[in-house]
Design a protein around this ligand. Structure first.
Ligand code: SF4
Ligand code: SF4
Length: 291
């Protein structure tokens, strides 16, 4: 405990490939003053994702009402919702000619609907301007307002509904204060029941102190709640004041998780050290028959 583990050789950040598409996307993002999670989180996959026409956008500001100690997003009093954000986002995505976008947000426990209506406004605006662009949303848990939020989302559903469990239930108290494992599973199951044509997806991090068996059990829980798409990646501590990395999972173990995921019936699982929730989201959607 307290010791900082040495990064193993397989955690090597890929050099961003600076193809022309990548530079073009960066330039358009600056012009539209929009920020992507890809850039803010210095995601190791940025060259690849931008090159393929995929990006992840964060809506509803950059201050979260929760404080998960693994997460690098700021917290505090959230910003007022920007009524121009859906239109601005839609214009930017159209200018970027993206084929697949992920729209995500901080947790907005301050809003009566948790931000569900703003998500729907963004989905509608993007669809109007870019009808061919596939939209995945990565939503917060809407705790305390789940029915209201689901009813709103049902009216203009995304192409893929993603909500990350992040970790195993035993570690929720430490890693996800304010969140609840059973509630998050319920969100995924309920959405799937209400909108059966839209696949649900979830993501886990390894390295927070969980065991392999706990990961496998969590995967089974996801399947039992109808979730068909999965991501598992290595947790990397954003700084020394975040939760420490308790283990680096070996590539062989990731391979085992991938095999087990297929055996459990996930339609697609992106599993590996550098996998992030939105990594290869476009390919995943392909596998699920969406894109
Ligand atoms: Fe962006 Fe996600 Fe790709 Fe990282 S994996 S560059 S956050 S789309
Ligand atoms: Fe980060 Fe999400 Fe936790 Fe907020 S709820 S601190 S954005 S992981």
């Amino acid at each position: 405990a307290g010791e900082i583990l040495k990064k193993p050789s397989w955690i090597r950040v890929k050099a961003a490939s600076h193809n022309s598409r990548f530079d073009e996307i960066k330039q358009i993002l600056r012009e539209h003053r929009l920020h992507t999670v890809c850039e803010e989180a210095s995601c190791p996959n940025i060259g690849e994702c931008f090159g393929r026409g995929t990006a992840t956008f964060m809506i509803m500001g950059d201050k979260c009402t929760r404080r998960c100690p693994f997460c690098d997003v700021g917290h505090g009093r959230p910003d007022r919702l920007d009524p121009d954000e859906p239109a601005n986002l839609a214009r930017t995505i159209a200018a970027l000619k993206l084929s697949y976008v992920v729209i995500t947000s901080v947790d907005r426990d301050d809003l009566r609907d948790g931000g569900a209506a703003h998500f729907v406004d963004c989905i509608r605006a993007v669809r109007e301007q870019s009808p061919a662009t596939r939209i995945e949303v990565l939503v917060p848990d809407f705790r305390g307002r789940l029915d209201r939020a689901l009813e709103i989302l049902e009216a203009a559903p995304p192409d893929v509904m993603n909500h990350n469990l992040e970790t195993v239930p035993r570690l929720y108290r430490e890693a996800r204060p304010g969140s609840d494992y059973a509630h998050s599973l319920k969100l995924l199951a309920e959405f799937g029941r209400r909108v059966p044509g839209v696949p649900t997806k979830s993501g886990l991090m390894v390295g927070l102190g969980e065991t392999d068996d706990e990961i496998l059990q969590t995967m089974r829980d996801l399947r039992a709640h109808g979730v068909g798409m999965l991501t598992i990646g290595q947790y990397l501590a954003p700084s020394n004041s975040h939760l420490p990395v308790r283990r680096y999972v070996h590539p062989d173990t990731f391979e085992m998780f991938g095999r087990e995921a297929a055996a459990m019936g996930f339609s697609h699982a992106a599993v590996g050290a550098l996998v992030r929730s939105s990594y290869h989201a476009d390919q995943q959607a392909h596998a699920a028959g969406v894109a």
